[in-house]
Design a protein around this ligand. Structure first.
Ligand SMILES: Nc1ncnc2c1ncn2[C@@H]1O[C@H](COP(=O)(O)OP(=O)(O)OP(=O)(O)O)[C@@H](O)[C@H]1O
Ligand SMILES: [Mg+2]
Length: 417
């Protein structure tokens, strides 16, 4: 098949060669110069560079055409998954279009679908439907309130207020009026946050693994705490809720990353994406199940496209992998984007090497420069670990302890040189 891959997630995470026979398929990667530079040198493929300043699909559509003969557009990143629909449209090839894909990005659209299926999601108000500066007649909740971009990621632009009134008072300030173009307020739901990762194949799960965050993505974005996660054995009831959410939003093929709050009375849908989870979800899942999410996802997507093109590929029955047995795995990433200083020095606790819990540990060296925007990539943060334990509670505890005891001291590079 002639495949155009929108190459946005670093190659070292996706490892496309594990799923795709680059000798059998004609693969073209399109991405920014930095992304194209991370392709393995000897890989048989075409390479197309875009500037990366305008919208992805606009830049890509300017350099590809139907005459190129592409048969599939593959996009595996939250940042351009929906834009791939515009590229398919431009090339006239089958596959999901922009309008069908937006629900995997737009947090209001997905909550509407989940609520319509009778599943609990936070009550919310779409600020895009509110006239700038106008009072909001009735807000159906009281107390803590979240303000966030509807199309956001990495908890950027997310704020917490004591009440809807305070949140709205913040939005009406002229410097915050971007939330009227891309924003929502919603009730703050108390409780631990779960993330559920896996791959769907024709509406059935191939893989499903549940984990509980240690601290929250929001605290990580603020720089106040590391973000960790620990896998756990999900009950049938949890599994049913997760699958109901995926079906409600319409995640049929490909990887998913679902977030759910264990609310005071019930599970509450937070958000879902039709792509692999970030941070170290991919390697921690592989360590625990043997399944590399992108490899499984690419296989599903290629088969789905072959079906659309009327040339089904041979494949066995779908086998579901559900994590039920130990060992259990978790991960931790320590933020550094919030430091004004250029670099940092990391100290890990003395008990760590002898704990038997470390699968992988990477700490930044004093000369490494810290990235200044929110990142969860292990090679861009002060420290990242993959940890294991005999049971769920044990791995959760080691992730929590390391999160509390790892020390990151920022320093200006000049001090060292
Ligand atoms: N309704 C809510 N109740 C409680 N906490 C919330 C709520 N909405 C968002 N948060 C907090 O803000 C974080 C970011 O929100 P959300 O997941 O909706 O957006 P995001 O930018 O896509 O996040 P990320 O990419 O960090 O997962 C959540 O992980 C959680 O910590
Ligand atoms: Mg989230």
């Amino acid at each position: 098949m002639k495949i155009l891959i929108m190459h946005t997630v670093p190659y070292r995470k996706m490892e496309y060669h594990r799923a795709l026979d680059h000798g059998a398929h004609d693969v073209t990667y399109v991405g920014t110069a930095a992304r194209i530079a991370d392709l393995p040198a000897g890989l048989r493929c075409e390479r197309l560079v875009i500037p990366g300043v305008a919208k992805r699909h606009v830049e890509i559509n300017a350099i590809v055409s139907a005459a190129d003969g592409y048969e599939m557009v593959m996009a595996l990143s939250e940042f351009d998954l929906h834009e791939a629909g515009e590229v398919r449209e431009h090339l006239g090839i089958p596959g999901p279009r922009y309008d069908e894909l937006l629900k995997f990005k737009d947090k209001i659209l997905m909550k509407r679908l989940v609520a319509a299926a009778g599943l609990r999601s936070p009550r919310n108000i779409d600020l895009r439907t509110v006239e700038k500066g106008a009072p909001v007649a009735s807000v159906p909740w009281e107390g803590r309130t979240i303000l966030k971009p509807t199309l956001g990621a990495s908890s950027i632009g997310v704020h917490v207020f004591g009440s809807p009134r305070e949140a709205l008072a913040f939005v009406v300030r002229p410097e915050n009026d971007e939330y009227y173009a891309d924003g929502e307020i919603e009730e703050f739901v108390e409780g631990p946050i779960l993330h559920v990762d896996g791959v769907m194949d024709g509406g059935a799960p191939r893989l499903i693994v549940a984990s509980r965050y240690v601290n929250t993505p929001l605290e990580y974005a603020w720089g106040s705490k590391p973000l960790g996660s620990a896998q756990f054995r999900m009950s049938d009831q949890y599994r049913a809720f997760f699958l109901d959410c995926l079906r409600a939003v319409g995640i049929v093929d490909g990887a998913f990353h679902l977030e759910v709050i264990e609310g005071p009375e019930e599970l509450v849908f937070l958000e879902v994406a039709n792509r692999a989870g970030g941070a170290d979800v991919i390697p921690a899942t592989e360590a625990s199940t043997g399944v590399h999410i992108p490899t499984e996802e690419i296989d599903v997507l290629i088969r789905a496209q072959a079906r659309r093109l009327g040339r089904p590929l041979p494949g066995g029955p779908v086998r579901e992998v559900t994590k039920t047995e130990g060992p259990w795995f978790g991960w931790l990433v320590v933020p550094g984007h919030h430091f004004p200083e250029a670099s940092c020095r990391v100290t890990t606790p003395d008990w760590l090497p002898g704990s038997g819990a470390v699968v992988k540990l990477r700490v930044a060296q004093p000369h490494d420069r810290l990235k200044k925007s929110v990142t969860h990539q292990y090679w861009e943060v002060p420290a990242a670990a993959i940890l294991r334990g005999g049971d769920s509670a044990e791995v959760a505890e080691v992730v929590r302890r390391l999160s509390e005891e790892i020390r990151v001291v920022p320093h200006a590079t000049e001090v060292l040189s």
